[in-house]
Design a protein around this ligand. Structure first.
Ligand code: SAM
Length: 261
């Protein structure tokens, strides 16, 4: 009976996550800016600068949603390519670049594709949108130079499976990077942050997106997510080496990284 209870809860979680992102897809980008005071942009920039993207790379951004991280990776690759003017190989390399945006929710991907068109990237062969589950990726073993997941792993039902899949699809030398809302330990800051997340966020969700429940769920999922050290251990247990993390804004978010040798 215990197992059955667990299975029901897991099914509920997947369904809940599906509903949440179907419900928030159209307001997702505005809400991100509103709730983080625009900071999510800086956090994503930091994630991408740690990745150190390069022309010709094969990259997988899981739970890529509306393409925020993928667009930044592509921008960064273009900047690198343009800096290397005169290198005749760069144009070819640029064309070989493939950034896969994988997300379980077609509504988020639809918004992402529309945003790509608005950015003039509608026909870009470098940006590939794939509907798929972080726990069961459809990509081949050792096929990716990099793997990112931003504000996504918290929503996955079995984190271990997602980490094992990340390890499987990366090439030796490939980099795993995860940006996630994490845990604040500083005493007074923690109280302020708790007030903000438990009281303010659901209210803003209700007022702006007309959806208190989804935002309530988001806040609760942050609380349930493993703390920084524990999550680092899980990444190492998936096989990654040189696992480390960086706290931003006192742990409101953390970037964990690991290398596949
Ligand atoms: N990475 C984007 C960003 O930072 O703006 C989107 C983050 S959004 C908070 C979380 C995303 O995770 C949603 O688009 C949701 O559909 C996706 N997601 C949830 N569970 C997933 C799973 N098992 N596999 C792939 N994507 C998943």
């Amino acid at each position: 009976p215990r197992r059955r209870f667990k299975e029901v809860r897991e099914e509920e979680k997947s369904q809940m996550v599906g509903n949440v992102f179907t419900s928030v897809a159209s307001s997702y980008d505005v809400m991100n800016d509103l709730m983080s005071g625009g900071l999510h942009r800086l956090w994503k920039e930091r994630l991408v600068s740690k990745l150190n993207p390069f022309p010709g790379m094969k990259h997988l951004d899981v739970a890529g949603g509306t393409g925020d991280v993928a667009f930044r990776i592509l921008d960064s690759i273009h900047a690198v390519a343009h800096r290397a003017v005169g290198d005749i190989h760069d144009d070819n390399l640029l064309e070989e670049t493939q950034i896969f945006v994988c997300d379980i929710n077609p509504n988020m991907l639809r918004v992402g594709r529309k945003r790509a068109q608005e950015r003039g990237l509608g026909d870009s062969k470098s940006l590939i949108w794939v509907e798929g589950d972080a726990e069961k990726l459809t990509f081949s073993d050792a096929s990716m130079d990099g793997y990112t997941i931003a504000f996504g792993i918290r929503n996955v039902t079995h984190i271990e499976k997602a980490l094992a899949e990340a390890y499987r699809v990366l090439k030796p030398g490939g980099r795993f990077l995860c940006l996630e809302l994490s845990h604040v330990e500083l005493p007074i800051f923690k109280d302020l942050y708790d007030y903000y997340s438990f009281s303010v966020i659901p209210k803003v969700g209700e007022l702006v997106a007309g959806d208190r429940e989804s935002y309530q769920y988001l806040v609760e999922s942050i609380r349930r997510f493993p703390k920084q050290e524990k999550f680092a251990t899980m990444i190492a247990e998936a096989g990654f080496q040189k696992v480390e993390y960086e706290n931003l804004v006192g742990g409101v978010v953390a970037i964990h990284s690991g290398l596949k040798f």
